[in-house]
Design a protein around this ligand. Structure first.
Ligand code: G16
Length: 538
């Protein structure tokens, strides 16, 4: 039976860089989840449409997914395609949206943010493109959340999400699918699995940390069962509601155990980690870390080693904050090159219009037009394919790359938990200084360009401003941005890039120290936030 329930709005349901992300306790408030889903439905008019649905298994996924199903049927959805037991990684969901030609999809995840009752919960909404909705649509949804007065829900028993196959709920079809099968097939069609199998058969050692999140089952199937990596190569492979207490963000700070393995005695040849919903990746060699910016540049430089790309790629794009390493590769290969605001959604039009094939971000996201999301396992397979084809180690590949293209020493400094008004004032102040910085000498640098970054999408011509950049004459850069994925308060991100053509063996922290000092001063970080140091350095 369909019920219409009266509700009152919540004021804080504006989507950030990737959907809505809030503390679990906020989402647990009565009607909070329902209000948000109904607001989306009011905008996208789901009657007679088909959607993909899944989640990363975090706390509240099981409750929220049942609510979603009952609201979908009450709102006239024709069909839901759901990952078995409610699991789907973000890339697997994007693949299903495209492969099954659905009208869009929903992933219940707060991505790399921690989970559990005291962690975060979130909702990513993708359109029929397989990528997240545009800013225009997310603004329309936000407007709905401000005035919502009722939502529709069907009063029925919970649905059995374990049983594969088709079932019917009132007039809606529910297809429960294996969350892994289609994803594996896609990967087999991109990479040279036979060659990677040979690599593992030759004794190549590997460690993959799924961080107790959704990629565990995908990674066990692909790396151990199909490609033959030694059993036990994949760790933390059982998805848990609170990720076993881990912060499922694959970087040097949060993937501590893996980093210890890779920098310890008897380190495996290759190490990698993925995040909560499987779209981010970190790449490590024996006692060696590859920055996501370098990883994007190296993958792009080696596209011809991969079966799916060997006949050529359209071009490549990066978020503005990502280092310029890939720009040099694009120039060398004479392929298209684009710089977009932070947020994977800005790559979608470039992929759909065949301007780019690859894209990536400093925040551990790399991907291609095989789907419209970043893809953690794809990046790992790409590296394995390069290693299998060249016989070179991660370190060797990266060092040879620096030798050819120069090295962008790159680090990100995060200042967390700043009061929102303090962070906004800091950015406003910085913005007013931008025009005054051009041509100025700052320490040993001379500023070539200082500006608010504005992007005009070449397809829909929409304009977005996001962050500020100070570019030095030698190519080094300082970028300032506020995070769009914090679940409370504000996080100031300061991205530093020191370009070196000859000094290739420096310590990244030392190499960016002067830029850090300059950034702290021009943004008045200590004076405004009371923070002498960043909370997180990656
Ligand atoms: C999301 C987006 C990414 C983006 C990141 C930025 O990542 O999907 O495209 O780079 O947010 O985060 P912030 O605004 O905090 O710097 P994810 O992995 O959380 O979906």
């Amino acid at each position: 039976m369909i019920k219409t329930i009266k509700t009152t709005p919540y004021a804080d349901q504006k989507m950030g860089t990737a959907g809505l992300r809030r503390k679990s306790k906020v989402v647990l408030q009565e009607r909070y989840f329902e209000n948000f889903i109904q607001s989306i439905f009011n905008v996208i008019k789901p009657e007679g449409k088909t959607y993909v649905l899944g989640g990363d298994g975090r706390f509240y996924n099981d409750v929220a997914i049942q609510k979603f199903i009952k609201m979908a049927v009450a709102n006239g959805v024709k069909k839901l395609i759901i990952g078995q037991k409610g699991y789907l990684s973000t890339p697997a969901s994007s693949n299903l949206i495209l492969k099954m030609h659905t009208d869009g999809g929903f992933v219940l995840t707060a991505s790399h943010n921690p989970g559990g009752e005291n962690g975060d919960f979130g909702i990513k909404y993708a359109t029929e493109t397989g990528g997240q909705c545009s800013e225009k649509v997310s603004n329309e949804i936000f407007e709905q959340t401000k005035t919502i007065s009722e939502y529709k829900i069907c009063d029925v028993e919970d649905i059995n999400l374990s049983q594969l196959g088709l079932q019917k709920l009132e007039n809606m079809e529910i297809l429960i699918v294996d969350p892994i099968k289609d994803y594996v097939e896609m990967m087999e069609n991109i990479f040279d699995f036979a060659l990677i199998k040979k690599l593992f058969a030759s004794g190549f050692t590997f460690a993959f940390d799924a961080m107790n999140a959704v990629t565990g089952p995908y990674a066990v199937e692909i790396f151990e069962n199909i490609l033959g990596a030694k059993k036990g190569s994949v760790r933390n492979f059982v998805p848990m509601k609170d990720f076993g207490g881990l912060h499922p963000d694959p970087n040097l700070v949060y993937a501590k155990d893996l980093v210890a393995t890779m920098f310890g005695d008897n380190a495996p040849d290759f190490g990698a980690a993925n995040d909560g919903d499987g779209d981010r990746n970190m790449i490590l060699g024996k006692k060696f870390f590859v920055t996501p910016s370098d990883s994007l540049a190296i993958l792009t430089d080696n596209y011809n080693l991969i079966p799916a790309y060997k006949n050529g790629i359209y071009g490549v794009a990066k978020s503005m904050a990502t280092s310029t390493a890939v720009e040099r590769v694009a120039k060398e290969h004479k392929i298209g090159y684009y710089e977009v605001p932070t947020g994977w959604k800005y790559f979608v039009n470039l992929m759909d219009s065949k301007r780019i094939t690859f894209c990536g971000e400093e925040s551990f996201g790399t991907g291609s037009s095989h789907i419209r999301e970043k893809d953690g396992i794809w990046a790992v397979l790409f590296w394995l394919n390069i290693i299998a084809a060249t016989g070179k180690s991660v370190e060797q590949i990266t060092r040879e790359h620096w030798k050819k293209y120069g090295r962008s020493y790159y680090m990100r400094f995060d200042f967390d938990g700043i009061a929102t008004d303090v962070a906004n004032d800091l950015m406003k102040n910085l913005e007013s200084k931008m025009p005054l910085l051009s041509g100025k000498e700052l320490g040993s640098f001379k500023v070539a360009l200082a500006e608010v970054f504005t992007y005009k999408d070449p397809v829909d011509l929409s304009e977005t401003t996001n962050g500020m950049r100070v570019v030095m004459e030698d190519g080094s850069r300082i970028v300032f941005r506020l995070s769009g994925t914090s679940s409370s308060g504000a996080t100031l991100r300061v991205y530093l890039e020191k370009l070196e053509r000859n000094k290739l063996d420096g310590e990244p922290r030392e190499m960016v120290q002067e830029l850090l000092q300059i950034a702290m001063e021009i943004a008045e970080i200590e004076k405004r936030t009371g923070k002498k140091h960043a909370d997180i350095e990656t």
